[in-house]
Design a protein around this ligand. Structure first.
Ligand code: ATP
Ligand code: MG
Ligand code: MG
Length: 368
């Protein structure tokens, strides 16, 4: 549903921005989930991010905002104790005039507001290695600062988000139903997934066995969810905390590798152009471990390589499931779009498997 000027202005006037506001109903930034706007104080001294939360994806905005408030409060205290600038290095939730963390508009939609983190850039693609390393360090630091946060108190904002065996089971259901008769055209992709059934269990089995810890994870660790300083390129702030949940460090590490350690589009139709970049994997791993590594034992470091493979496999399974079910979940712009996306993920998985020993060695040089 579109956001109209009156709806936006009504939302803006619900928050404690410290004065009258002017609104611009053009979307800001390149997010795909929420509706993001910038609002200014009428005297133009300060601007804020105002977002309408996508409640189709996030059905419990109260739980989601409780997560974000808890996590940002914890981060702020850590940043302060480390002599950092909590105003810039952490999202700051602006309460409503009645002191709530979110506002419900007349159409029933939920809104929230943050301070605008000024003088930063938000990269859409990995431009240079140095930036990728910085993103890794910033995400590792985020994890480190949340290492003592009680992960199990967080709400699961999307149920079973990285439950790979469950994603596999959903794929099997879609395949059995074969609602559009597409299964016969994708035998190689089906065989690819079936051959990796056991792999899907590796991380959750390690968690269940107590070999790797439950962590506070971000779960959407693309590079455009990390803001870098415009002038120095330094890592400043991890944003987009909707999917902060209990999880595994392997999820965050893995999703960054899936999205960043290659030079192809997620929906590249020409598989000969899909290349997993082991060097970028190493760059990211070194950056991530330099800030998060001190809290991690051998088994957890090892699990990072599995995270890279399983986040990629899981994503491919989800694309193929949606293809079988008739493209209801992921927006498609052409026929076979989800099939192309799935194939790209599987090509990356195959290439990771070819160098998996090296991937393990890089994250866990002492013992793999
Ligand atoms: P995604 O598709 O990654 O899930 P989203 O729809 O959840 O995105 P956000 O990532 O929260 O939206 O915000 C969209 C964009 O707005 C960001 O990529 C960033 O450019 C900008 N942005 C968000 N929060 C802030 C902030 N506090 N300060 C400055 N810019 C911000
Ligand atoms: Mg985002
Ligand atoms: Mg998001």
């Amino acid at each position: 549903k579109p956001v109209t000027e009156p709806i936006l202005c009504a939302a803006a006037s619900a928050f404690d921005f410290g004065g009258p506001m002017v609104c611009d109903s053009h979307h800001y930034g390149e997010g795909h989930i929420n509706d993001t706007f910038v609002v200014w104080r009428a005297d133009h001294t300060k601007r804020f991010i105002l977002q309408r939360i996508n409640t189709d994806t996030f059905t419990d905005p109260a739980g989601l905002m409780e997560n974000i408030c808890g996590v940002t409060r914890h981060l702020r205290a850590k940043i302060q104790a480390e002599g950092g600038d909590p105003g810039r290095e952490c999202l700051n939730v602006i309460p409503t005039l009645s002191g709530a963390s979110y506002y419900i508009d007349t159409e029933g939609n939920a809104w929230r507001a943050y301070d605008f983190v000024e003088n930063t850039v938000c990269l859409q693609q990995v431009g240079c290695e140095a930036d990728f390393r910085t993103v890794a360090e910033t995400l590792g630091k985020f994890q480190n600062q949340l290492a003592d946060y009680p992960a199990s108190t967080l709400h699961e904002t999307i149920a079973r988000f990285h439950d790979t065996p469950n994603r596999y089971a959903n794929f099997e259901k879609a395949l059995a139903a074969d609602a559009l008769g597409r299964a016969k055209t994708i035998a190689p992709e089906i065989a690819f997934i079936h051959a990796r059934k056991k792999d899907c269990h590796v991380l959750l089995d390690q968690l269940a066995a107590g070999e790797i810890p439950l962590r506070v994870t971000h779960n959407d660790t693309k590079i455009n969810n990390v803001l870098l300083d415009e002038a120095t390129g330094k890592g400043i702030c991890v944003i987009d905390l909707d999917t902060v949940m209990p999880g595994l460090s392997a999820y965050d590490f893995g999703d960054s590798i899936r999205t960043g350690a290659n030079d192809c589009a997620e929906d590249e139709p020409d598989q000969s152009r899909v290349h997993f970049d082991l060097h970028l994997y190493e760059v990211f791993a070194k950056g991530y471990l330099s800030t998060a590594g001190s809290t991690m034992h051998t088994a957890e470091k090892r699990s990072l390589a599995w995270g890279a493979k399983l986040m990629t496999l899981e994503c491919g399974i989800r694309f193929l499931t949606d293809y079988l079910e008739g493209d209801h979940y992921f927006h498609i712009a052409r026929p076979n779009h989800n099939l192309d996306r799935a194939r790209t993920q599987f090509t990356l998985v195959r290439q990771m498997e070819d160098v998996f020993d090296q991937m393990l060695e890089i994250v866990c040089p002492d013992n793999h």
